[in-house]
Design a protein around this ligand. Sequence first.
Ligand code: NDP
Length: 308
Amino acid sequence: MCMLYMADPADAQAWRDCLSSLAPELEFRLWPDVGNPAQVQYLLAWESPADLAGQFPNLRILYAAGAGVDQFDLSQLPDQLSVVRLVDSSMADIMAEYVLLAVLALHRDLLAYRQDQRAGRWQPRPILRASQRRVGVMGVGNLGRAALDRLQPLGFQLSAWNRSLKAVPGGRCYVGIEQLEVFIGQCDILVNMLPLTPETTGILNATRLACLPRGAGLVNVGRGAHVVEEDLLAALDQGQVGAAVLDVLVQEPPSRQSPLWTHPRVLITPHIASDVQIEGAVEVIVENLRREKEGRPLLNVVDRSKGY
Ligand code: NDP
């Protein structure tokens, strides 16, 4: 059994060490030393090489080296190939930590105080209790669920929006596109945790941002292309959006001229809200080896029809 690694070379040794300790039966090969391509059954990659079926005729599973799969053209992958995401609970915990940080920063006006400090202004603002703040999460998947669970003990009024109905601690789950704008209309802080698909690309555009209560905060940890950045910048300049914390951008890093670098009410971070955690990811791989042997369904398989 052989796994070919085609992701970040800087992490290759850590993956090799972890796999050889937890799955010693799995031979680890590092691209471009493919060896006999017919022996490659598993591929761990950030992007999929062209003509996968032609190059690796016995490939069974493509493991995505990132949490999302929007970098793959799923329609081009062989039908029999399973695409698997390497998400685990530690990755969700790390994401929840970031969401908590961002929501608290917006809740306690941290970006405005950063501006005041630079301007030499000593200007206390009214304090709202968490129970007076409505926080809404778009996408109640592995990561959205963990974020909601982490936010709940702080006492925020929580709600969520999702394709299918999900339980939301202490709050309501809005479902489907027809309830999206009503959901957005009751979010003082809106947190985007959706996967990027044709349906969700550009979902936070001028029309949707206009539905937010005036001065609301936005957190984007999904993908940059969920937000129409020009629309967000306009909404910030009009005061419709009060402040934004963006971990993901349309272009990463943004161009030197991008106003996102210097906007006083925007905090950007370089796509670090969370990341695949090697040990947890290898546990998924090991469990899937077991499941394959036993003929059971694999963990974390992407539903190609949905695109996530
Ligand atoms: P999941 O696949 O577990 O969950 C996705 C959720 O979004 C599901 O609950 C799904 O609904 C919902 N959803 C998808 N499409 C729609 C839609 N059109 N309308 C309404 N709801 C929809 O993904 P994860 O939680 O693991 O990850 C989410 C995303 O977070 C990733 O795809 C990635 O882009 C991003 N990410 C960002 C990171 C960062 O560092 N910034 C790190 C890791 C991930 P349903 O349950 O009904 O299927």
